[in-house]
Write a protein that binds this ligand. Structure first.
Ligand SMILES: [Zn+2]
Length: 114
């Protein structure tokens, strides 16, 4: 595999570690916050609002982690850097922007539109 692709795989591994750590940290913080909920109902509503915002961040991180893992699985099967739909080579520039991309730009746009 060319060096440029290997570099992206390294970034994927780093991203996987970072996202896993972030999700774990947020889960811990969320649980911690719930233990400190205010008895006052108005305060409580504000706190719950924050918790929901945290959940959305965690959801985004989880979605990204799934994509990162899918890309690493493509790498494990020797298909990283090739489009999962049409098998075209994914340009390094695209992987530099989105290291977990498993579709070429054309297929990604087609999938988004459908
Ligand atoms: Zn494609």
């Amino acid at each position: 595999m060319p060096l440029k692709y290997r570099e992206q795989v390294e970034r994927l591994h780093a991203l996987e570690r970072e996202l896993s750590a972030r999700i774990e940290r947020e889960a811990r913080e969320t649980l911690g916050d719930e233990g400190r909920l205010d008895a006052d109902s108005e305060e409580r509503a504000v706190q719950l609002g924050h918790l929901e915002a945290d959940d959305r961040i965690a959801e985004t991180a989880q979605l990204e982690l799934r994509q990162v893992r899918a890309a690493l699985m493509r790498h494990a099967s020797g298909a990283y850097g090739r489009c999962a739909s049409c098998e075209a080579k994914i340009p390094v520039a695209r992987l530099e922007a989105v290291p977990f991309a498993i579709h070429c730009v054309a297929c990604a746009e087609r999938l988004r539109a459908s």
